[in-house]
Design a protein around this ligand. Structure first.
Ligand SMILES: [Zn+2]
Length: 246
């Protein structure tokens, strides 16, 4: 908790256009650092949908690749790993909100325990969700030799393009692990944007293959709004107290 508050307090507020890229993993009635409850997710997305002009919600790939003008203070939504509970508990909320969101998919894990099936990923795409790569097996790419790196990166892109019948150009580093070699291999494999897990504002003109992102915990709306604005977040403590006291 203390570390979190200090991390927020160090995040400098940007001058000029900037994007707060938000990340989620799982949506379920569980209590761990990777999961938000369905009611929490619905509240976050509902708030963004209701306030879509301020802050504007934009497609992270379009922005990072320079395909659209950057908002002054925008938000982009991302979800990693294609867990089945995201399909079960999140798809309807996202469809109703009709705001841009990107789902990063480890292609070889589809259809295995707790992950979405291939058909469910296709359904997400049909509902308007952008699909990006997340390697084939969710490997720590820094530890892959050149051949397996190519297989994890290009292979994932080709798997997903075959599945969707559409180009896949976005990527998220598994575990957020990236070094210079991995970054260059992601570019060589045909991706034009890649998302990290380093907190901070995404800014125009920065490396589109090292886009910062902040993961969202199971927090109330006041903390969520502070997260979106990227400022010091002392409200997180208040939210935690509220949860602890029921
Ligand atoms: Zn992941």
């Amino acid at each position: 908790m203390q570390r979190t508050v200090r991390a927020w307090s160090r995040m400098p507020l940007p001058r000029g256009p900037a994007l707060m890229v938000l990340g989620y993993h799982r949506i379920a009635e569980r209590d761990d650092g990777l999961t938000v409850r369905p009611s929490t997710f619905a509240a976050h997305i509902g708030w963004l949908a209701a306030h879509r002009a301020e802050p504007p919600v934009v497609d992270v790939e379009n922005a990072a690749a320079g395909a659209e003008e950057w908002p002054w203070r925008g938000v982009a939504l991302t979800i990693d790993d294609a867990w089945a509970d995201v399909y079960e508990n999140g798809l309807e909320v996202l469809s109703r909100a009709a705001i841009p969101v990107t789902l990063y998919v480890p292609s070889e894990l589809l259809g295995t325990a707790e992950y979405m099936t291939h058909a469910q990923v296709r359904e997400c795409a049909a509902a308007g969700i952008s699909i990006g790569g997340h390697s084939r097996s969710h490997a720590d790419l820094r530890r892959c030799d050149d051949a397996s790196l190519e297989r994890e990166l290009r292979g994932c892109r080709e798997d997903l393009e075959d599945l969707l019948g559409a180009p896949v150009t976005g990527f998220a580093y598994p575990f957020g692990h990236v070094d210079g070699r991995v970054r260059d291999a992601v570019a060589s494999a045909g991706y034009t944007t890649a998302i990290t897990t380093r907190r901070g504002w995404a800014r125009p003109g920065r490396d589109p293959l090292c886009v910062p992102r902040s993961f969202v915990a199971d927090v109330g709306l006041s903390t969520f709004r502070a997260t979106v604005r990227g400022g010091l977040n002392v409200l997180r403590a208040a939210d935690a107290l509220r949860v602890n006291t029921g």
